[in-house]
Design a protein around this ligand. Structure first.
Ligand SMILES: [Mg+2]
Length: 367
């Protein structure tokens, strides 16, 4: 039982409209897809959606890292996931988004080998996952219109991007709450855009609009600022850019700097280490969310299976495939109805068919 072949593909997926957050806007997502083929007929799909701003990775660095990693995995048992991760970590440091692609493909293989949907193999705590939908930064009025559209589509939770201008940010939340009423969850994400002083001011002003939690108010490396915001905020504080790994999670929990953690497979290096973050957080009484970068249906399915499997992953922000115009998976993956993601009976991630026009030919084949 061994890994026989690894194919690496480069894909560019266009967003429906420019996706704007505090540090800048994107029009497309440059992802790397891997297919791991075993010597017993089972294969798995994995995906990397690197964010240079968050982990310093690009599609080019992911391809370079995989060029070092992939040859060493040939012949390894695909089910010995922790051994494979240990091997990857011994070959290249960092590069979590590159490693996530391999980790996700190995988990797909795990599900297909035991012939069960992945979330059932990993614990099967839930059968569906409620995701929010993200509102990209626009004028407060335009965002309120986008919010109404999203609620009409059935979304029960909105993730509102803020962090550009404190006064305007307050206005964004006021208008959105007014437009959608009280029965929709509103969570906000400043993407490191505020100083701690600005964050404390804004959070106190928007408390009355019933905001569920506030993500990454201050720059990732500003631990003191994050601690100060948490102490003075009436709204629970979630760390995103500040926490990549299980080690980061432990450090910030010890510093009492966070109320919640946003786990992303592209920061943790995949599902295996994401589970460790969720476990550390659970022991500290800290709920987690699973988020995403610009993944297609493959990476989103991986996040959704994980969220369904693990009790402490209580929130999901798994919407990038819905924000992308291009669909990489033409059949399979998770199903979306309103705010709920459900799982087909297919084994593993459940990805059945990819758009080969978008996928193209493999850039590299390792065997
Ligand atoms: Mg975030």
């Amino acid at each position: 039982m061994g890994i026989q072949k690894i194919e690496v593909y480069s894909v560019t997926l266009a967003y429906r409209e420019p996706f704007r957050i505090a540090p800048g806007a994107s029009t497309e997502s440059h992802n790397v897809v891997v297919k791991i083929v075993t010597d017993y007929g089972v294969y798995g799909w994995g995906e990397s959606s690197p964010s240079e701003r968050v982990t310093g990775e690009t599609a080019e660095t992911v391809i370079k890292a995989l060029d070092k990693i992939a040859p060493t995995l040939i012949g390894m048992c695909p089910l010995r996931i922790e051994q494979n991760i240990e091997l990857m970590d011994s070959i290249v440091a960092g590069n979590p988004a590159a490693k996530a692609a391999i980790d996700i493909a190995l988990h797909d293989i795990l599900g297909k080998t035991v012939r069960k949907p992945l979330y059932m193999v990993m614990g099967g705590y839930r059968t569906e996952v409620l995701t929010d939908i993200t509102l990209s930064i626009k004028s407060p009025k335009e965002m309120a219109k986008d919010a109404v559209k999203a609620v009409k589509k059935g979304f029960k939770a909105l993730k509102v991007k803020v962090g550009v201008n404190p006064e305007e940010d307050v206005e964004r939340i006021r208008l959105i709450r007014k437009a959608v009423g009280e029965n929709v969850e509103i969570r906000i994400d400043a993407n490191q855009g505020w100083t701690s002083k600005q964050a404390i001011e804004v959070l106190n002003k928007i408390e009355k609009f019933n905001v569920q939690f506030a993500e990454q108010p201050v720059p990732a490396e500003d631990l003191k600022g994050l601690m100060e915001v948490k102490r003075n905020s009436p709204i629970p504080i979630m760390a995103d850019e500040s926490i990549h790994s299980p080690e980061d999670a432990l450090r910030l929990i010890k510093a009492e700097a966070v109320d919640l953690i946003n786990i992303k497979l592209m920061k943790s290096g995949g599902i295996h280490k994401a589970k460790k973050i969720a476990a550390i957080a659970e022991a500290a009484g800290i709920p987690c969310m699973i988020g995403c970068m610009g993944e297609s249906e493959i990476g989103i399915a991986a996040g959704a299976h994980l969220a369904a499997a693990i009790k402490n992953i209580q929130y999901a922000d798994l919407d990038s495939d819905l924000l992308l115009k291009d669909k990489l998976a033409t059949k399979g993956g998770t199903k979306v109805k309103g705010s709920m993601r459900t799982f087909p009976k297919q084994h593993g991630l459940g990805i059945k068919e990819l758009n080969y026009k978008i996928l193209g030919r493999p850039l590299k084949i390792y065997r």
